[in-house]
Design a protein around this ligand. Structure first.
Ligand SMILES: [Fe+2]
Ligand SMILES: [Fe+2]
Length: 193
């Protein structure tokens, strides 16, 4: 189990009470992986740790509770199709209103960690990727292959493309709808490598 930073102990306590065990382990894994990637790419590692810690804070809310936030958050019409994506805008809202985070970079990284967005900043890419390749709960082989990709030239974008490919394949395999935005982001990333 990853260690929790001293100044974020209260947040971790809240998360432990409001997430299931697997989601809590994943959360600590993302925080730790985000910190590691931040150090690798020269961005603020404490901010990255905090964004990782809070990214899934609303993940275990029921559909009814999640819906009650709709009039308070900015949510795309196409996001409303899939309940699994609602926790991202709700999480950003809670990070600000409940946990007092005012840093726009952190809030935006939480807001867009599920879908991603066109022209993500380095910080947003790091949180997006940490969510996919943390080693606490993600598949070992999957993490290993992505970590190898990361070491290549333009590795961050190549790894992001690999993650989008996996998402697109999985959505097709399960006969689920694909957001236009997801396809646009994938195409845009291909232009970046
Ligand atoms: Fe999430
Ligand atoms: Fe996550």
């Amino acid at each position: 189990m990853e260690t929790i930073k001293e100044n974020f102990k209260d947040i971790a306590e809240w998360l432990k009470s409001n997430l299931d065990d697997e989601r809590y382990r994943h959360t600590l894994g993302v925080a730790s992986c985000a910190e590691e990637l931040a150090l690798k790419y020269g961005v603020d590692s404490e901010k990255a740790y905090l964004a990782g810690l809070l990214h899934d804070c609303a993940k275990c809310f029921s559909k009814e509770v999640s819906k009650s936030y709709f009039d308070k958050i900015d949510i795309l019409e196409e996001e409303k199709i899939n309940y699994k994506t609602w926790h991202a805008p709700i999480g950003a809202f809670l990070a600000k209103t409940q946990f007092g985070v005012n840093d726009e970079e952190i809030l935006s990284a939480i807001r867009w960690h599920t879908l991603g967005k066109i022209n993500m900043t380095l910080f947003e890419k790091i949180i997006f990727l940490a969510d996919k390749i943390e080693t606490e709960t993600r598949d070992c082989e999957w993490c290993k292959c992505n970590r190898e990709l990361l070491e290549q030239e333009n590795g961050l974008n190549k790894t992001l493309i690999n993650c989008y490919k996996a998402t697109l394949k999985s959505l097709c395999d399960r006969n689920l709808k694909i957001c236009k935005l997801t396809v646009d982001i994938y195409n845009n990333l291909l232009d970046e490598v």
